[in-house]
Design a protein around this ligand. Structure first.
Ligand code: G3H
Length: 530
C-alpha cells in the first residue's frame, strides 16, 4: 500500500501502488514475469525519509528487448510489411484512432506527470494537450506533404513520381523532462511515415506511459510499435548491437547518444535524429527593457526548475546595468512560489532526481569557493528534494557552473564590458541551440544577429528560449542536435525521398496512368488527401 498523505486533492490522490506488468510486443500486451523496477516519486518522502513508492514496472532484459526488436523488424519485413506499404490515408486513419484513444487518458497521464517528474499541474496539462495537438498537426502536415507529391515531373525526357518513403526500424528514446511530449514528437512522425519502432520510456516518467499501451496495441498493426521498459544499457545497447536499427531517435544527453551509436556495427547505415543538451545564454544589452528582461529570464531559466534543454543556463549582462538587473532578478527569484505540483500558483516544484539537490548545491559551493556570491536571500536553501534557485554573480570560466549544463535551479550571471566577450563564449561553447538577446537598438542588435545566426539555430529577441510553437524548426549546432524536428521537418527526418522514373514514351505514360488510376500500387498515387 502507498504511504501518502490522505488529505491530497482528489484528482491527484493515489489509492494504491501501480504495479504495471506488461510490455507491448507484436501487437499484444504481454506479461513480464521477470524482475521489476520500483518507481518512486521524489516529491514526497515516506516515513523512512525515502522517495515514496508509486509502483513497479518491468525491468526487462536483453532477451525481451530483442523480442521487441524482432517484432518491429518483422512488421517492416524488409519493406514488404503491411505498414510500410500501406496507403498514406490508411496510416493516417490509424494515427487518428490513436489520438482519439489517447484523449480519455488525459487525467491519468497528467496525474502521473505530476507525481513522477514533479511538473506543475498547468504544465502537465499543457504537455498532454500539446502532444495531442502535435499528433493532429502532424497528420495535417503529412496530408499537405502527400498532396505535393500527388503529381508527375518531366525533366530531360524522364517522368518522375517523387514521394517520401520510410527508413526502416526506429529505436526511440525520450527524456525525463518531457516524457510524453518529446518522446511522441519522435515516435509519431516516425510511425506515420511508415517506419516501425521500439520505444523505451525515459528513466523517470515511466508509469505515465502505461495507460497508452493498449491504445497503441488497438490503433496500429501488430509490431508497428513496441514498448519496452528497463535500463538503457541493459536493453537499448543489445538492440543497437544487432545492427538492425535504421534510425536512432533520441532526446537526451550526447553521452547516451554516442554510446548507443558506438554499439551499432554499421554506422554509415544508421540515421541519427537527436535533440541533445544545450547551454543557452541570454545577453542583456544596455538598451534592454529591464522589466521584460527580468520577466523573460525568470521563465527562461526557471520554468520547470530549469530542467529544459532550452532553458537559459547562463546570463551575460552588460556591466553598466548589472547592478540593477541583478537586484531585480534576485528579488524576482525569491518571490517565486515553491510547492507541490498540484498546488495552485506554484512555479518551483521538487526535483524528480534524488541526487539533484546535492548536485546543484555542489555547483553553488564551487562557485562560492571561486569568488561568486549568492545574490538572493533564499539561494541555495536545501531541503530533501530541493535546492532553492541560487543567483550566482560574478561567474567566471573556472567555475563548474560555467561549463556544466546544470539542468536545474541555479542561475550563473556573467558581467561583460565588450560584446566580444559573450560572442567569444558562445563561439567556444560545445553547444549551439538558441540565444536570447535583450535590447532595443537595431544598430546594435542587427550585426549581432548576423553573427549569432552562424553560432546557434534560434535567436530570441527580448524573449526566453523555447522549443515551441512546434511548427517552427527545433534543432541545434555542435553537441546540441542532429536533424531538425518541427512538425514538418520531422516527417522529412524520418523518411527519404524516393521516386519512380521512366523514359517518356506512349507505353510508359499509359503504364504510369494505369498505375495511378488503378489499385495495384499504394506508392503510386495522385489522390489528393483533404
Ligand atoms: O528539454 C527541452 C525541450 O524541448 C524544451 O521545450 O522550450 O517547449 O520547454 P520547451
Amino acid at each position: 500500500m502507498l504511504n501518502v498523505p490522505t488529505d491530497l486533492p482528489e484528482n491527484v490522490r493515489l489509492t494504491d501502488s501501480l504495479h504495471y506488468t506488461n510490455y507491448l510486443v507484436d501487437g499484444h500486451l504481454k506479461e513480464w514475469k521477470g524482475a521489476k523496477a520500483e518507481v518512486r516519486s521524489n516529491i514526497l518522502m515516506d516515513e523512512n525519509g525515502n522517495p515514496i513508492l508509486l509502483g513497479t514496472v518491468p525491468d526487462m532484459d536483453s532477451e525481451a528487448a530483442l523480442e521487441a526488436l524482432e517484432s518491429a523488424v518483422n512488421a517492416f519485413d524488409r519493406g514488404r510489411g503491411a505498414w510500410p506499404t500501406m496507403k498514406v490515408k490508411e496510416r493516417i486513419a490509424c494515427m487518428e484512432v490513436f489520438a482519439e484513444r489517447m484523449i480519455p487518458h488525459r487525467e491519468e497521464v497528467v496525474k502521473l506527470l505530476m507525481w513522477e517528474i514533479g511538473k506543475t499541474k498547468s504544465d502537465s496539462y499543457k504537455e498532454f494537450d500539446r502532444t495531442v495537438l502535435y499528433i493532429k498537426d502532424t497528420i495535417e502536415a503529412y496530408k499537405k506533404l502527400d498532396r505535393r507529391s500527388a503529381r508527375f515531373d518531366n525533366e530531360d525526357g524522364i517522368w518522375a513520381h517523387i514521394r517520401r518513403s520510410p527508413l526502416g526500424v526506429v529505436l526511440c528514446l525520450g527524456p525525463y523532462n518531457y516524457p510524453l511530449n518529446e518522446t511522441f514528437c519522435l515516435l509519431i512522425p516516425a510511425l506515420i511515415m511508415g517506419n516501425t519502432a521500439v520505444f523505451k520510456p525515459a528513466k523517470i516518467g515511466i508509469l505515465l506511459i502505461t495507460p497508452l499501451l493498449q491504445a497503441f496495441a488497438d490503433s496500429f498493426p501488430p509490431g508497428v510499435v513496441n514498448v519496452v521498459f528497463g535500463r538503457g544499457r541493459k536493453i537499448a545497447a543489445p538492440i543497437m548491437r544487432t545492427g538492425k536499427i535504421d534510425v536512432l531517435a533520441l532526446i537526451g544527453h550526447s553521452s547516451s547518444a554516442v554510446a548507443l551509436q558506438d554499439e551499432h556495427p554499421y554506422k554509415n547505415r544508421l540515421r541519427l535524429i537527436l535533440g541533445l543538451e544545450a547551454n543557452n545564454p541570454a545577453i542583456i544589452l544596455p538598451s534592454a527593457d529591464m522589466d521584460q528582461a527580468v520577466k523573460e529570464c525568470i521563465s527562461g531559466s526557471l520554468s520547470f526548475n530549469g530542467q529544459r534543454c532550452t532553458a537559459l543556463k547562463v546570463i551575460f549582462v552588460h556591466e553598466s546595468i548589472a547592478e540593477e538587473f541583478n537586484a531585480r532578478f534576485s528579488k524576482a527569484v525569491d518571490e517565486l512560489t515553491y510547492g507541490l505540483p498540484w498546488e495552485d500558483g506554484v512555479f518551483l516544484t521538487p526535483l524528480p532526481e534524488k541526487d539533484k539537490p546535492e548536485y546543484i548545491q555542489s555547483l553553488v559551493s564551487d562557485a562560492k569557493d571561486k569568488g561568486a556570491q549568492v545574490l538572493n536571500t533564499k539561494g541555495g536553501q536545501m531541503s530533501k528534494n530541493y535546492c532553492y534557485p541560487a543567483v550566482l554573480y560574478p561567474v567566471t570560466t573556472e567555475m563548474r557552473v560555467y561549463s556544466e549544463e546544470q539542468f536545474g535551479p541555479v542561475i550563473p550571471i556573467i558581467p561583460f564590458k565588450d560584446i566580444e566577450e559573450p560572442l567569444d563564449a558562445i563561439a567556444a561553447s560545445e553547444y549551439g541551440q538558441q540565444v536570447s538577446l535583450f535590447g532595443k537598438e537595431t544598430d546594435n542588435i542587427g550585426p549581432l544577429i548576423d553573427i549569432l545566426a552562424n553560432l546557434v539555430c534560434r535567436i530570441n529577441l527580448n524573449s526566453a528560449c523555447q522549443r515551441g510553437p512546434d511548427v517552427y524548426p527545433f534543432t541545434g549546432r555542435k553537441n546540441s542536435a542532429v536533424g531538425t524536428l518541427s512538425v514538418f521537418d520531422a516527417l522529412r527526418s524520418f523518411s527519404i525521398r524516393t521516386f519512380v522514373a521512366t523514359k517518356d514514351s506512349e507505353e510508359n505514360k499509359a503504364l504510369l496512368n494505369n498505375l495511378t488510376q488503378g489499385d495495384d500500387s499504394n506508392f503510386m498515387s495522385t489522390e489528393y488527401l483533404l
